[in-house]
Ligand binder design. Structure first.
Ligand code: FAD
Ligand code: DHB
Length: 390
């Protein structure tokens, strides 16, 4: 087989790039290790920044998001038994975020790809990248007993943190920066009315909690748990009990509980691999960088990578201009590191750290006090949360 751009990974990054390039007449093949049902069964991001939503519209996939997604102009931080609101719209100069699940936007991207006869090949095994430094890279995968070869101009590594693309770059070329946090998030999805119309991020001595939502009848809650915990350790009842204890009384009194329809634990990690290009392989999204989910930056950082790559590819194929592709890694990393800083900061502000000393705890309290006493500090939080410009 032959294509112009071979994309490894059929998550949001890979599908979005494929769709955008197709609309400009650039041919792609997407290779996805899992089945479509599996990809759509993963419950992940819920908050989309303005820039991501714009990209969905540009990809002609924004219709359902605009109809069913909720615009949120603010969120709450619960601390010391009270609720303080962060007015995103006011402090960011008019921006807001969209609450729309990653599951739904991935479904929209798949449907758009189907409508345009986009090539998305599922259940591929043993994906291997070849001759990445040459002008004619190629990719192979196994389909049963058969090895299939795809010749292309460029390979995009959009295959997430555990994918094969980053690992195909020689170790002496790549620098990896990693910070692993000593806890994870236990997430529960339930068919219950959300406890609050806007998200609540809660700091509590028992650990962090987050009240989020997917719609007015579907709630998503998270609590910080030790890395040693597993999903089996947490019955629904134990989860709701713990969540209530971490929220201010006025919130827990209103909390509607019910059976979980999904329950999973995600470890928290910060990670960046640089550079994001090796020969004609370009990394994008979680394949190159991971943030702890606290600032809702993961998918949104993927969006800026895709935006830069999309424009770089269009300039290459349609205008014969390679400046965008040449500058891709540096440009993407500049924004990626800002998302890293913000996610690290929000994680540090809101979680309890097992090894922390009284000095750390006082700093954390002071950080919170400063935040709600300074419009400039709130402005910094708001502009990062709604998304820095691409
Ligand atoms: P992925 O979604 O990981 O997709 C990569 C794809 O590649 C997968 O489908 C995988 O099966 C496939 N693949 C892997 N290896 C191979 C291979 N060898 N060959 C072929 N295919 C392969 N972000 C936000 O912006 N806002 C939020 O509110 C938010 N909340 C989150 C909450 C949780 C609990 C978690 C875990 C994450 C959250 N994120 C959030 C982060 C967000 O989900 C990720 O950043 C996003 O999924 C990245 O998309 P991606 O396409 O780059 O990678
Ligand atoms: C959700 C996840 C996040 O990481 C976040 O910061 C906000 C919302 C969610 O899954 O709804």
């Amino acid at each position: 087989m032959k294509t112009q751009v071979c994309i490894i990974g059929g998550g949001p990054s890979g599908l979005m790039l494929s769709q955008l390039l197709h609309l400009k007449g650039i041919d792609t093949i997407v290779l996805e290790r899992q089945s479509r049902e599996y990809v759509l069964g993963r419950i992940r991001a819920g908050v989309l920044e303005h820039g991501f939503a714009e990209l969905m519209r540009e990809a002609q996939c924004g219709e359902r998001m605009d109809r069913e997604g909720e615009i949120h102009d603010g969120f709450y931080i619960a601390h010391d038994g009270k609720l303080d609101r962060v007015d995103l719209k006011k402090y960011s100069g008019g921006s807001s975020v969209v609450v729309y699940g990653q599951t739904e936007l991935t479904r929209d991207l798949y449907e758009a790809r189907d409508k345009m006869d986009g090539k998305v090949i599922h259940n591929v095994e043993d994906v291997t990248l070849h001759d990445l430094k040459s002008d004619a890279p190629w990719v192979t995968y196994r389909d049963g007993d058969e090895i299939v070869r795809i010749d292309c101009d460029f390979v995009i590594g959009a295959d997430g943190f555990h994918g094969v693309s980053r690992k195909s770059i020689p170790k002496d070329v790549l620098t990896e920066h990693e910070k692993v946090y000593p806890f994870g998030w236990l997430g529960v999805l339930s068919r219950t009315k959300p406890v609050s119309p806007e998200l609540i991020y809660a700091r509590n001595d028992r650990g962090f909690a987050l009240c989020s939502l997917r719609s007015q009848v579907l709630s998503r809650y998270y609590i910080q748990v030790p890395l040693t915990d597993s999903v089996e350790d947490w019955s629904d009842e134990a989860f709701w009990d713990e969540l209530k204890q971490r929220l201010p009384d006025e919130v827990s009194a209103k909390l509607e509980t019910g059976p979980s329809i999904e329950k999973s634990i995600a470890p928290l990690r910060s990670f960046v691999a640089e550079p994001m290009r090796y020969g004609n392989l370009f990394l994008a999204g979680d394949a190159a960088h991971i943030v702890p989910p606290t600032g809702a930056r993961g998918l949104n950082s993927a969006a800026s990578d895709i935006y830069y790559l999309y424009h770089g590819m269009v300039d290459h194929y349609l205008n014969g201009d390679d400046a965008g592709l040449e500058g891709y890694s540096a440009k993407a990393l500049a924004r990626v590191w800002k998302a890293q800083r913000f996610s690290w900061w929000m994680t540090t502000l809101l979680h309890t750290f097992p090894e922390s000393i009284t000095y750390d705890q006082r700093l954390q309290e002071t950080d919170m006090e400063y935040l709600f006493s300074s419009e400039k500090a709130l402005g910094s939080l708001a502009e990062n949360y709604v998304g820095l410009p691409f």
